[in-house]
Design a protein around this ligand. Structure first.
Ligand code: 13P
Length: 234
């Protein structure tokens, strides 16, 4: 399974370093079988060796240039980063990234062979408008995206479940993931208020291949406990 931590705008460079030392030790001491990813802030990127995959939460579709506040592949290459999150709900809704821009990012990083965790998810009003409209909305977030890309991982993160403590029912997660499975073969992660308390229920669900965890992963012991839960699933 894939167990991923998105730090968002949390943890300093020093805290991230300590976190990764602890996590690497846990992963090797316990012979963890899961694929573990961490997405730290851009300022916490550093040389890293070990079993944990480090990715970036965002990058501009460029090698370098005049894009104030952004980073490109020159900065990623410095730390051998080959994994990027694209289409996260906070970038879509808070930072107003359009589907067109997301497509251009996706195509740029796909052409370079990056592993892409591509995020989709519906806001509350869309969920409340019924299942057909919700699935249409999710489909619109996949327009222009090559869902057959070999290095793709998809994360389904309902916007209303992110950082709220709310989660869809297990039945609803299965329903969406099963529908997504018909359109793509990529591993499917669930994200949105995944915590130590509910991860054991979510991980074994049909067509759930892992989780993308935000606030629930900021404490390294909690994240290790989730990895351990995944390792214990038969
Ligand atoms: P929370 O786990 O804090 O709800 O965030 C989920 C998320 O957005 C991960 O990318």
């Amino acid at each position: 399974m894939i167990i991923a931590a998105n730090f968002k705008t949390n943890l300093t460079r020093l805290e991230t370093k300590e976190y990764l030392i602890h996590l690497e030790k846990f992963v090797s001491d316990n012979n963890v079988r899961q694929e573990v990813f961490v997405f730290p802030t851009a300022t916490s990127l550093d040389n890293h060796s070990g079993k944990v995959n480090i990715g970036v939460q965002n990058a501009y579709p460029t090698k370098n240039g005049a894009f104030t506040g952004e980073i490109g592949t020159d900065q990623l290459d410095e730390f051998n980063i080959k994994t990027v999150l694209i289409g996260h709900s906070e970038r879509r809704h808070v930072l107003k990234e359009s589907q067109e821009f997301i497509i251009s990012k996706y195509n740029f990083y796909k052409a370079l062979g990056y592993k892409i965790i591509y995020c989709i998810g519906e806001p509350l009003d869309v969920r409340e408008s019924g299942e057909a409209k919700m699935m249409d909305y999710l489909a619109s977030q996949m327009v222009g995206i090559d869902m057959d890309y070999e290095n793709l991982i998809v994360a389904y993160e309902p916007v209303w479940a992110i950082g709220t403590g709310l989660t869809p029912t297990n039945e609803d997660i299965v329903k969406v993931h099963t529908a997504l499975r018909l359109t793509c073969k990529a591993p499917l992660l669930y994200g949105g208020s995944v915590k130590v308390d509910n991860v054991k229920e979510i991980l074994p669900l049909e067509n759930v291949d892992g989780v993308l965890v935000g606030s629930g992963a900021l404490n390294v012991n909690d994240f290790c406990s989730m990895i351990n839960d995944a390792d214990n699933i038969k």
